[in-house]
Design a protein. Sequence first.
Length: 254
Amino acid sequence: MRWSGFRAARSGARLGAAPADPRLPIADRALDRGPGGALRRAGGQVEQPLALVGVGVFLAAAAPFAAAGSLELTPAGHEARITELTGLLLDPYFSGTKLAWILDQVPGARERATRDELAFGTIDTFLIWRLTGGKVHATDATNASRTLLYNIRTGNWDDKLLAIFDVPRSLLPGLRLSTGVVAETLSEILGTRIPIAGIAGDQQAALFGQRCTAPGSVKNTYGTGCFMLMNTGNQPVASKSGLLTTLGYKIGSQ
């Protein structure tokens, strides 16, 4: 695994009203892997969106409430432990707090989650699910590491974090490498079956695309915000200045 420490200035998400029917598939843009969405399962496969997180829609509106949840976790003494395990700050920007809010606030969501009727994922998970007709529910380490639910030291979903946010493990997508064939698209979508052979968060993909594959190499890109990432090698480096530590990519054993 390669690691990146970075500082990012981001534009704020616009608030908007939650839709009357939370099952409605709505905007699916994700900012830096922060938002996530809940998908409905049917017969063991992911069927259709229950609530897809979008900028200015549903979970953007939920952010102030998720923020309140973050504030509750801070005095409970969880903040330092969460940062140690995830490399992230305890913030409603990341999807763990938003997912907890969905489970607690959307009528019937937690009950359906316990019955294995819901599935969670960031935008890459949703796209893979759509392109495979609901047959594959997966993500990679770069996206998983932005959820507050993934332990960057063990490289897996973390039971301690899941307990803190009260999120059932059955909701989470399977973990894959950043490279390698994950699945194939349905032939009716693009005219033929095409391998899906790469998954990466947007800024991590930019880090790799700018050939920052050696420790100490840095890239800076501009879009939603100004994002500076540094490759810090095979070991996580904790910041003393409030910067984030996250997975840059996972290829084979690196």
